[in-house]
Design a protein around this ligand. Sequence first.
Ligand SMILES: C[S@@+](CC[C@H](N)C(=O)[O-])C[C@H]1O[C@@H](n2cnc3c(N)ncnc32)[C@H](O)[C@@H]1O
Length: 118
Amino acid sequence: MASVYTHIQVVAIDQASQLPEDRPGNVDWRRHDVNLGLEQYHGQYDVVHVRCIGAGITSYRGLLEEASKCLKPGGLAIFIEGDFDLFDEGQQKILEPAGETNPDGCYLQKWMQGLFHL
Ligand SMILES: C[S@@+](CC[C@H](N)C(=O)[O-])C[C@H]1O[C@@H](n2cnc3c(N)ncnc32)[C@H](O)[C@@H]1O
């Protein structure tokens, strides 16, 4: 967004210390774990864009609420995450995760659900 809309100011938040090589000049990069809240950003932004960080989020519902609070009145929040459910070969049925009561279930599905706190 920052590259395309050069007249806007963007604040980019990530907990990682490594910055991308291609860094537009209109981006203010900040290192922060969003699980700790976003109170310092509340009420300041026209657009909030959250993409593909689900694996690092302890409560996605909490993130939805916190990120939405960062908007000014009438602002737009965009959340983008993948669908990580695994389906059977016919792509009709979501595979059951393996577990103590379901040893024949799918261990990869179990791992995916644990990863995304489902
Ligand atoms: C798959 S990458 C996506 C990067 C970028 N959002 C994108 O869409 O291109 C996941 C990123 O989420 C960041 N992340 C995961 N959990 C986070 C958290 N709790 N707070 C801040 N950043 C987090 C990781 O450091 C990583 O850079």
